[in-house]
Design a protein. Structure first.
Length: 481
């Protein structure tokens, strides 16, 4: 009996325990559900609000709707940015970049959208923690600007402060050499200034921005001390064009003027085509005879090869050799064989390099239809003189082809192409020191084409005119009925 009572008592205790545990579990679950509902409701209250403690620049927009946040930021930053100034100092001048002209604007709408989306991808409980404790996020506004205005602003600064370097110049009057000294120039480093402005343009609203433009010193390419080494005439050469038509003579004068006054510094290469430029009607060039292949025909700029050839002779006699030089395909009449230098725009050029350690000055002018080039340099340190000769070592004799032409009357001849003799020529440069020949070297080996002649001979028989019948003598008697 006692055991049964004990057993009954234990069962009763167990039932109470089970009920207690069950009630506790139910209450815990109920509390969890209730808390979750509470949390869900709390989070839901922020469905249209930016989570707490979201800072844009220095402004807390937590708890605001998107529209409220936009309005707040626009009032505080959108208008204020237009009143901001950025100063650039260049030399003694100050330039102010106007943000209103810069079309400066903050990305307020994008920033508010970004702020609103913060932590909304988190779990419900994580979102509640951010709402309860605050986000603590800080977002910077990005500034968009019209960079074309920045470039215009920089260009204004550059235009007002850039100064071209001025090369030293030389003039020769009556054999007297005068040198005007060079001056340095200034150049605003536009790329550096643009980088500085774009880096600083998005600074704090209250920040005073002042930049210094980097201005580089531009050295002249030709300095006075260099030109002062030119102390005398090194060489001269002239050719005559008295028989030239007016168009050809005009072309010679134009090309000579283009070269006159040219200074070639040590190590520089002179290009005839670059210095003279393209021969166009707009620049005054006219039609005249030019050698094309193995014949002479009318072409724009005819005669300029006399200029290049005369210059070649003056330069080679100063001791400077050619980098590029070609002879004509046919012999020219204004120079000995091997002395010429043909040029053509987009084709052959005449070039030479100044291999001296001093500059040379080229003087070119026309006098009584004589073309003269003088080369000036340092004759004190260079005691050498030069001569130039040529040697014909082979004559290319042309043939004449005779063509029977049945369309020409028998015995009649027409010269369709006159024969032209060709030549192979070697040229030599002779170097003298104090009047003594010390060196002879071959400079070129030129070929001038021969041109075979063509003569047409008529073979058409000439028929004798038909005989006319004799006319009977007239009757001078009277006739009548």
């Amino acid at each position: 009996m006692k055991e049964n009572g004990k057993e009954s008592k234990n069962k009763s205790k167990m039932k109470i325990t089970i009920i207690s545990v069950s009630v506790a579990v139910i209450l815990f679950i109920a509390a969890l559900v209730s808390y979750r509902i509470y949390v869900k409701n709390k989070v839901a209250e922020w469905d249209n609000l930016i989570y707490p403690q979201v800072i844009v620049e220095s402004t807390n927009i937590g708890g605001m709707t998107k529209e409220e946040a936009k309005k707040e930021l626009e009032e505080k930053y959108g208008k204020a940015i237009l009143e901001k100034k950025l100063e650039v100092k260049a030399n003694d001048k100050t330039y102010v970049l106007d943000y209103s002209k810069l079309n400066a604007r903050y990305n307020i709408e994008d920033t508010v959208n970004k702020a609103f989306e913060l932590h909304r991808d988190k779990s419900l409980m994580d979102a509640y923690k951010f709402i309860k404790n605050g986000s603590g996020e800080t977002i910077k506004l990005d500034l968009t600007t019209d960079n074309e205005y920045v470039k215009e602003f920089i260009k204004t600064i550059a235009d007002e402060n850039n100064k071209e370097a001025k090369n030293a110049t030389i003039s020769i009057n009556g054999g007297k050499i005068s040198v005007a000294d060079s001056t340095t120039g200034n150049k605003v480093d536009e790329e550096d200034l643009e980088n500085k402005i774009l880096e600083k343009i998005n600074g704090e609203l209250g920040e005073s921005i002042s930049l210094e433009a980097k201005i580089d010193v531009v050295e002249p390419s030709i300095k006075g001390e260099s030109l002062k080494r030119i102390n005398g005439k090194m060489s001269t050469y002239s050719t005559n064009f008295a028989s030239s038509a007016s168009g050809r003579a005009s072309n010679v004068e134009l090309s000579t003027k283009a070269i006159n006054g040219t200074v070639v510094m040590p190590g520089e290469t002179f290009s005839y085509n670059e210095v003279v430029g393209e021969r166009t009607r707009a620049r005054g060039y006219q039609d005249a005879g030019v050698i094309v292949g193995n014949k002479v025909e009318n072409g724009l700029g005819g005669g300029i090869c006399q200029t290049s050839s005369t210059l070649y002779q003056a330069i080679i006699r100063s001791g400077l050799k050619s980098v590029e030089r070609y002879n004509h395909s046919l012999v020219v009449g204004y120079l000995p064989k091997g002395f010429d230098a043909t040029v053509s725009w987009g084709g052959p050029d005449y070039k030479f390099k100044n291999t001296y350690d001093f500059p040379i000055y080229i003087e070119g002018y026309i006098s009584n239809r004589n073309l003269i080039f003088n080369v000036y340099g340092d004759t004190v340190s260079n005691n050498k003189t030069y001569d130039f000769t040529s040697e014909v070592y082979e004559t290319l004799t042309p043939t004449t082809q005779t063509i029977q032409d049945p369309n020409l009357p028998e015995g009649q001849t027409i010269t369709e192409k006159s024969p032209t003799t060709g030549y192979r020529v070697k040229t030599y440069l002779h170097t003298y020191e104090n009047g003594t020949l010390v060196k002879t070297e071959q400079i070129s080996n030129d070929t001038y084409q021969k041109v075979d002649g063509v003569v047409k001979v008529g073979t058409k028989k000439v028929q004798a005119p038909p005989e006319q019948p004799e006319t009977p003598p007239a009757d001078n008697g009277n006739t009548g009925e």
